[in-house]
Ligand binder design. Structure first.
Ligand code: ADP
Length: 634
């Protein structure tokens, strides 16, 4: 044995250790799950190296995990015949935090002030969780590569650890020796340990022995016929894979022979695991070649928009020496991916038809990221069937419709499917562009998320009905559809002369607004609001334009057409004022206010101060005229 060298834990690691040591998390047994999972990974790695023909020490050694108890001295030893670690690897792997899940855990505890006891189990903080039960830990490891002596690591989890070389031969692999702290005697009971293993580690594909007796049953569930598997077994496997406490929302078990042979066992979790609406790199399926694990969370076997899926894919057609690097170019993998994608989309469609409530759960939890599938042109029709939207026929923002249901409700002579964007249902309901469609009783899809417009643009049309933004409706196209509600206050028709005076007044308004608008014109689409802005570039809705502006970091206000409702009482009053005196300053005030209010409604008003100040001004005018008219002067 060489002299021990003392090292300090990296600051982050020590922070994590302090949290773990001080935690009063009651489900401490999960430390065993974490150690067994590490041992299993190490065994997977050795098998992988062996299959690709690498030289490893003791190649004939059985791949297994052994747990031995020393009741007298209160030690538990978890050993594996896996890949092992060199001295340098021990220092790198066990002194620092490399795992993104652990980082996420730390962030939640330190920044978001979450109670660690509630989330340790979910994150699985890896090796360090052993300090929930250990007073001290000794690790002995012998790497599968090279001639280096075995190494020993020793720590009490308090600031530092020691490493030293060992002269004795401990054989390939790693032994984790746990000196239990007071009060954790329960883990010295072999029966207790066996039941923990059956609970958390039953699907580990290497034999696990407790004091010499084999515990786990080792079925590669996905390779069995689905007729022999119960939903309980599926649920158990799902929980093993994900650490979820509930069962999956949907289980998809497929076995395919052509164009490439593979089996897959996939699950849709009942809740999203995406943080901040992205999976980051944390998605994918475990890829096996004939039961040998090639890669965890492989991202080539499913497209990212199906990243909510958890599970495994196993193919006998892939070469065993497939390296993590060549997976990407492998054409068989691409075939598996496209076959799986179709199977999953079909299954979602079936779920939508047979279990609409579960589908609604799927949509609520995973819909946001699923929508990114709009880029999958090959599956566009299937994808379009699976989309869901809130719409004007609903009573609340929570209800959903499919495009098919929309089409089933369409008016006889309606030729297009309409949508409108806004950040909330209330916002959309007050959007002037909804007025014409509402009056005609035509349904409009409500889009609340920026991505929705991209989705609908990519989908383009559904069953030959073009998808169109409400603001691009040409009022003339809807002439054949009768109005369902009458205008609230019927205004007298304008005479020929009044018509031309109105045109003049609109010209005067344009003059006032100058280059801020491209045109001021009379509107055929408004029935309740006095004015609205319309995008002159008919190909892009104002919402889409706004997103483009944001992406290009362009904060200029796009020039739009100001449309004025000729039948609104305000317009009629302005016309009377104009006829009396075309230069009346009230017209300027009203024009500015109408324009800025319309800008506010489209979300483009850079600074609301002038709008607010002017509104006080107008209220002062109005109240003065009111008191004068009603002779209320003090
Ligand atoms: P994780 O296993 O999630 O990466 P851990 O903190 O549990 O995180 O382990 C850190 C690293 O230590 C592992 O990634 C692995 O490289 C190494 N390691 C842990 N246990 C073993 C073992 N039994 N055999 C070989 N390497 C191990």
């Amino acid at each position: 044995m060489t002299q021990p060298e003392t090292h300090q834990f990296q600051a982050e690691t020590q922070k994590l250790l302090n949290i773990i040591i001080n935690s009063i998390y009651t489900n401490r047994e999960i430390f065993l799950r974490e150690l067994i999972s590490n041992a299993s990974d190490a065994l997977d790695k050795v098998r992988f190296e062996q299959n690709r023909g690498s030289q490893i020490v003791e190649p004939e050694k059985d791949l297994e995990i052994r747990i031995d108890l020393d009741k007298t001295n209160r030690w538990i030893t978890v050993s594996d015949t896996g890949i092992g670690m060199t001295k340098q690897e021990v220092v790198n792997n066990l002194g620092t935090i490399a795992q993104s899940g652990t980082e996420e855990f730390l962030k939640k505890v330190t920044e978001n002030n979450e109670n660690p006891d509630n989330i340790i189990g979910r994150f699985g903080v890896g090796f360090y969780s052993v300090f929930m039960v250990a007073e001290q830990v000794i690790i002995k490891s012998r790497s599968a590569f090279g001639e280096e002596n075995p190494v020993q690591w020793h720590s009490k989890g308090l600031g530092e650890y020691e490493v030293q070389e060992l002269e004795e031969d401990i054989g390939r692999g790693t032994q984790v020796e746990i000196g239990l702290q007071d009060g954790d005697q329960e883990f010295l009971d072999a029966e207790r340990l066996k039941s923990i293993i059956r609970n958390h580690s039953n699907f580990i594909s290497f034999p696990i022995y407790v004091d010499g007796e084999k515990v786990n049953t080792v079925p590669a569930l996905w390779k069995q016929s689905k007729f022999q598997i119960t939903q309980e077994q599926y649920d158990e496997f799902y929980k093993f894979l994900t650490y979820d406490t509930e069962g999956p929302l949907e289980t998809i078990h497929v076995s395919v022979d052509a164009p490439v042979q593979f089996s897959a066992l996939l699950f849709i979790p009942p809740r999203t695991t995406a943080m901040f609406d992205t999976y980051n790199e944390d998605y994918g399926l475990d890829l096996y070649v004939n039961r040998v694990l090639i890669q965890r969370r492989n991202q080539e076997v499913i497209p990212q928009y199906l990243g909510f899926l958890k599970g495994v894919v196993d193919s006998e057609d892939l070469p065993l020496n497939l390296s993590r690097e060549t997976v990407q170019e492998n054409t068989l993998i691409q075939k598996i991916s496209s076959t799986l994608t179709k199977q999953v989309l079909n299954r979602l469609q079936e779920m939508a038809q047979k279990r609409p409530e579960d589908y609604a759960t799927f949509w609520r939890e995973h819909g946001k990221l699923f929508k990114l599938g709009y880029t999958d042109f090959g599956n566009r029709d299937k994808f379009a069937e699976l989309l869901r939207f809130n719409s004007s026929v609903h009573d609340s923002a929570e209800e959903l419709t499919s495009l098919q249901e929309y089409v089933d409700r369409m008016k006889t002579s309606q030729q297009e499917i309409y949508y409108i964007s806004g950040s909330s249902r209330e916002g959309i309901l007050s959007n002037p562009h909804l007025e014409l469609l509402r009056k005609k009783g035509i349904e409009v899809l409500f889009l609340y998320e920026p991505v929705d417009e991209f989705v609908l643009q990519a989908v383009g049309s559904y069953k030959d009905y073009p998808l169109k933004a409400a603001e691009h409706v040409n009022p003339g196209d809807l002439e054949n559809i009768a109005s369902e509600e009458e205008s609230k206050e019927e205004q007298p028709e304008l005479s020929q002369q009044e018509q031309s005076q109105l045109e003049e007044m609109l010209g005067r308004m344009k003059q006032r607004l100058g280059d801020s608008v491209t045109e001021v014109r009379r509107s055929q689409r408004l029935s309740e609001s006095p004015a609205c802005l319309v995008n002159p570039d008919g190909s892009m809705s104002s919402q889409m334009q706004k997103i483009m502006h944001m992406m290009q970091k362009d904060d200029s206000v796009p020039k739009q057409i100001l449309e004025i409702n000729p039948d609104h009482p305000l317009t009629r009053n302005m016309l009377s004022i104009y006829r009396n005196n075309p230069e009346d300053s009230f017209l300027d005030k009203a024009t500015d206010q109408l324009f800025e209010a319309a800008l506010l409604q489209t979300g483009y008003l850079p600074d609301p101060h002038s709008l607010v100040t002017r509104s006080f001004d107008i209220l002062a005018d109005a109240s003065r005229w009111y008191t004068q008219a009603n002779k209320l002067n003090l």
